[in-house]
Write a protein that binds this ligand. Sequence first.
Ligand code: URA
Length: 423
Amino acid sequence: FSAVDVIRAKRDGLRLSDEQIDWVVAAYTRGDVADEQMSALAMAVLLRGMTPEEVSRWTAAMVASGETLALGDVRRPTVDKHSTGGVGDKITLPLAPLVAACGAAVPQLSGRGLGHTGGTLDKMESIPGWRSTLSAQEIRDQLDAVGAVICAATEGLAPADRKLYALRDVTGTVESIPLIASSIMSKKIAEGVQSLVLDVKCGSGAFMEDLDRARELADALVSIGTANGLRTSALITDMSVPLGRAVGNALEVAESVEVLRGGGPPDVVELVVELSREMLHHAGVSDVDPAEALADGRAHDAWCRMVSAQGGDPEAELPRAEHVTTITASDSGTLTRLDAYEVGIAAWRLGAGRARKEDAVDHAAGVVCLAKPGEQVTAGQPLLELHTDRPHTLAQVEEALAGACEISGADVVSTPLILDKVT
Ligand code: URA
């Protein structure tokens, strides 16, 4: 094979053969196909697309580029959830222990945040003592003992994706549905779970801003999962408004603990319960009601065991920011808009996110949404609380947030949180 022939074939809109796909992915991982050749191919894929069969094969080739986490010995059915990322999306934190408390095993291999969406590991690292790096054996032992693990993906999983994602990031080729879908699914398949539920976010705070694109991504993800032997389904959920009230690492941990104690914001509770029902359905656990496991403390017990197993102290105080200021309502009326993207950017600037991979995050920084769309507000009432240890960012963030909220005399028609389901 030659890389130039493969690039030309895709450039001219041809379907790549299984052998071409296997070869180019393996050769790129080894370093025998150069970055400039792979970026030309990625651009050709972005412009020409791939058939479902090509995407499925491409994904399998990325899985085969590294090791897989053998979960066959785990004594419970294994199921995972993946979210395409959003603002205030702390769902993994309450969800993993909840599903564990109901009898399944959840190996949640997670990442760090970049840009305006947060990363699960950054959130968990606000808990004093908590450790993100576990060996494959530690993951398996914790799945048997507790049923839930949230940890960093081990280095050896889907190395082709690690390399390709970094390349796409700097070559304008992130926004290709076949490449996004194969990237996400290669990591999940390498994880070795039996089933998977995807939460495809849609709206200003998400990768996919409109419903048609979100459906297209959900279809691609489900089709790859099914073709690779995983029971897979997807919910498409709204991300035009931040999820819950807290945006920022420690703030989101605190809100997750509220949910695990049977309280918390209704949208977070709704999504956690719906996703857990879907996961338990795939896992063949039909006799447990997750809403009850949240209400009676079983999910909270599983959380405490999960955090302690990784060295964290579930009772420890979380970091708090030195500076807390509020943004108040300019008018009285109904809050009709609270833009997820703007709030995500604000939290990021206050210190909750990072600009470059190697930057540190401030665990205490973030935004608390004191009102959500649909609520009545009066002029002067605090709408947003800004938490930061970087007070020099406040003026700019306040100015940027001015356009994030809209108050009007009209009643808002509330959009549902769960927009669609793809099986
Ligand atoms: N998340 C991933 O893991 N890969 C992508 O390509 C996009 C989002």
